[in-house]
Design a protein around this ligand. Structure first.
Ligand SMILES: Nc1ncnc2c1ncn2[C@@H]1O[C@H](COP(=O)(O)OP(=O)(O)O)[C@@H](O)[C@H]1O
Ligand code: SF4
Ligand SMILES: [Mg+2]
Length: 348
């Protein structure tokens, strides 16, 4: 993580009002649309040069869909994704290819995301085949070996196959492939979720080192706030296709104002037993509702212990809550709750 405060750095990716609805259809011959899975429903955020934005939320809240939209693997239903001011959904041909080179992805499962029949050299070198202008043919082997070295693997492993590596090593291979084209942004979709806890820290440390070395911006997706804590400059908390709260790591971890964030933090195991006694434990009850039929008003209301009539009637907007507008504490950040307030759930 870097020198200047991240908010002061140039924005390289701006997401505005992003929506992705997957149509639900019925019938075999004559398909009728009977509804839609509202996987992502009006999300906005900015990613600055060289920063890590953590995106956190329970399974099914739309995180991977956001990643796919940013990678142009899905087309948005509405909204904009601006890369250096240009809407990537509107680009084609050479302009789109240039953007694609600058936004790379590291996938969740290193066991299934690497083709078992390709050598490590071919896997890491594949981006050079897709973008041949980035490395002359005679140079590629050397570049791949350099990339292996950069991610802490022996360059002599170049002819081995994925099954000859551990999970952590495989994710290093996935990261090397992500780095090959020297991108500005790497979208990391739960990159350590499939790894053992001890290996998770090693991979995250590697990613932090690479970020400094190559001035990378990460969108780092996780289902748990504790994983992104040390790597994130800012964190956004998603619930059922919406952004519930977003702020700097200090704002989110020390001054959360949205009940959902407070509940997630309360579920984070605390290593210090004295801290455990002092905080209130919130147990989230009920399942996440279906994104095909989300609750009216605030989508969290069916699980929120503070819900009132207003919560069913009005969608809370993501903004600095009125009561914190003049606050000089970390509570002054965007939170989509009609009754946002601080709550002592975690002691740092
Ligand atoms: N291609 C698709 N067609 C229909 N529904 C989808 C598709 N992809 C994802 N979904 C649905 O969208 C919601 C969000 O999924 P996803 O983005 O994968 O969540 P997360 O990554 O947070 O677990 C889920 O309800 C999922 O079933
Ligand atoms: S708007 Fe209402 S239901 Fe939603 S989080 Fe706030 S208090 Fe809970
Ligand atoms: Mg996912």
């Amino acid at each position: 993580m870097a020198d200047a405060p991240v908010e002061a750095r140039e924005p390289i990716l701006e997401v505005r009002g992003l929506v992705k609805h997957f149509p639900l259809t019925q019938g075999i011959l004559f398909k009728r649309q009977i509804g839609a899975v509202k996987a992502v429903d009006d999300i906005s955020f900015t990613l600055h040069r060289g920063e890590t934005l953590g995106i956190v939320g329970e399974s099914g809240c739309g995180k991977s869909t956001v990643a796919k939209l940013l990678m142009n693997l899905e087309q948005p239903t509405a909204g904009q994704i601006l890369y250096r001011g240009e809407d990537i959904a509107k680009l084609s041909g050479r302009a789109l290819k240039a953007v694609r080179r600058n936004i790379q992805m590291v996938f969740q499962d290193p066991y299934t995301s690497l083709n078992p029949r390709m050598t490590v050299g071919d896997i890491i070198g594949e981006p050079f085949e897709i973008h041949p202008e980035t490395a002359p043919k005679g140079d590629r082997r050397r570049k791949v070996q350099e990339l292996l070295d950069v991610v802490g693997l022996n360059p002599e492993y170049i002819n081995r196959y994925p099954h000859q590596f551990s999970g952590g090593q495989r994710q290093r291979i996935g990261i090397a492939r992500g780095l090959a084209l020297n991108p500005e942004i790497i979208i990391c979709d739960e990159p350590v979720s499939a790894l053992d806890v001890s290996v998770q820290a090693q991979v995250i440390n590697l990613m932090e080192r690479l970020q400094n070395e190559f001035d990378l911006a990460y969108l780092f997706i996780a289902h748990d706030l504790s994983i992104v804590r040390h790597i994130s400059d800012r964190v956004g908390v998603m619930y059922l296709g919406k952004m519930a709260e977003i702020g700097t790591d200090a704002e989110i971890y020390d001054h959360p104002t949205h009940p959902y964030t407070q509940a997630l933090l309360s579920a984070v195991p605390q290593p210090d037993p004295s801290a455990r006694e002092n905080r209130e434990r919130i147990i989230l009850t009920g399942d996440v509702p279906s994104p095909a039929n989300p609750p009216s008003g605030c989508r969290f209301r069916t699980r929120c212990w503070k819900a009132q009539d207003k919560c069913a009637e009005e969608v809370p907007l993501l903004a600095v809550p009125e009561r914190f507008k003049d606050s000089d504490t970390g509570a002054r950040h965007d939170s989509a709750c009609h009754f946002a307030e601080e709550k002592d759930v975690v002691h740092a």
